[in-house]
Design a protein around this ligand. Structure first.
Ligand SMILES: [Zn+2]
Length: 295
């Protein structure tokens, strides 16, 4: 084993504590750094002389490791992270390279509302409204996942059958993760490359208010990743990302006259404005309000 693995792990631990104390000092609510035990989420990071070959990667102390994929690397390799997902291993390389400042994107500004029924509703200032659905295979796999989870929990602890079902479950989790990640990559790239400005709502609000069910937890995971990807891709491709204030009533305000409703139940999908009479689809209205912030 390379000396890097424990070194880098300690570096991560150091950063975890620094962040924890800094955030606490600034009065933010943060959890104590969590211990990551062996066997769950296994990974280690290596630095030093890392080289990429035709279909292999050369790692310090480990030597030449064959790959399933042909690596595409541009720039200077800083580190390699080797990780395990269920029964598969992968390596990701961190590279450093200079990127030219992107040209500002020529395209409409857009408001993006994230929801449960549809993954996202996008309203553009060119008058277009589009709904983005989460991929169907994801929903199908999630159903199977719930069933397997149940089945797994009935196996006796420490038994061979439990181990087997744990692996099956882990593979399924991996699949769900990959389908979701692929979907998120596709939509965030498309948005960042085609919209001049993108307005999204503050996640704390949308996450907490919309639905207290399991569906929310599932969607929630996607939302944070969506925001994270969108943020860095906007800088890459030259789009502008704006985040609405957490008290901005994106759902409760009429996008025609600006009237703000006192309340709007979670299950109300459509409503009529009592002041101007406009008929609103809940998500489309929210997306339009967010769009208005871009102006
Ligand atoms: Zn109105």
């Amino acid at each position: 084993m390379s000396k890097c693995a424990p070194q880098e792990a300690l570096r991560d631990l150091d950063r975890a504590f620094r962040n924890f104390f800094r955030d606490r000092k600034e009065g933010r609510k943060v959890g104590f750094p969590r211990f990551r035990k062996k066997g769950r989420d296994d990974r280690f990071r290596l630095t030093g002389s890392i080289r990429v070959r035709e279909r292999a990667v050369q790692l310090p102390r480990l030597g030449l490791i064959r790959l399933k994929e042909v690596p595409r690397v541009q720039g200077r390799i800083r580190s390699a992270t080797v990780s395990r997902e269920a029964d598969r291993w992968s390596v990701s390389l961190t590279v450093e390279r200079e990127l030219p400042d992107p040209m500002p994107v020529q395209g409409p500004a857009a408001g993006v509302d994230l929801g449960i029924d549809h993954f996202a509703t996008v309203a553009g200032d060119d008058g277009t409204v589009a709904t983005i659905e989460a991929p169907r295979p994801l929903r199908r796999v999630l159903r199977v996942l719930r069933r397997r989870q149940r089945r797994h929990s009935r196996k006796r602890t420490g038994s061979r059958n439990r181990r087997k079902s744990a692996l099956r479950l882990a593979r399924l989790h991996r699949r769900v993760r990959h389908i979701r990640r692929d979907f998120l990559h596709q939509i965030t790239t498309r948005l960042a490359k085609t919209k001049r400005a993108i307005v999204v709502e503050d996640l704390n609000v949308s996450g907490l208010l919309k639905s207290p069910t399991l569906a929310r937890h599932i969607a929630d995971m996607g939302w944070h990743e969506f925001r994270r990807m969108l943020a860095y891709k906007c800088t890459w491709y030259g789009s502008q990302l704006l985040v609405a204030n957490r008290y901005f009533p994106s759902s409760k305000m009429c996008s025609c006259c600006g009237h703000v409703r006192e309340r709007l139940a979670l299950d109300v999908r459509a409503w009529d404005c009592p002041v101007c009479g406009a008929h609103h689809d809940r998500d489309v209205n929210a997306a339009r309000n967010l769009l208005a912030m871009a102006r």
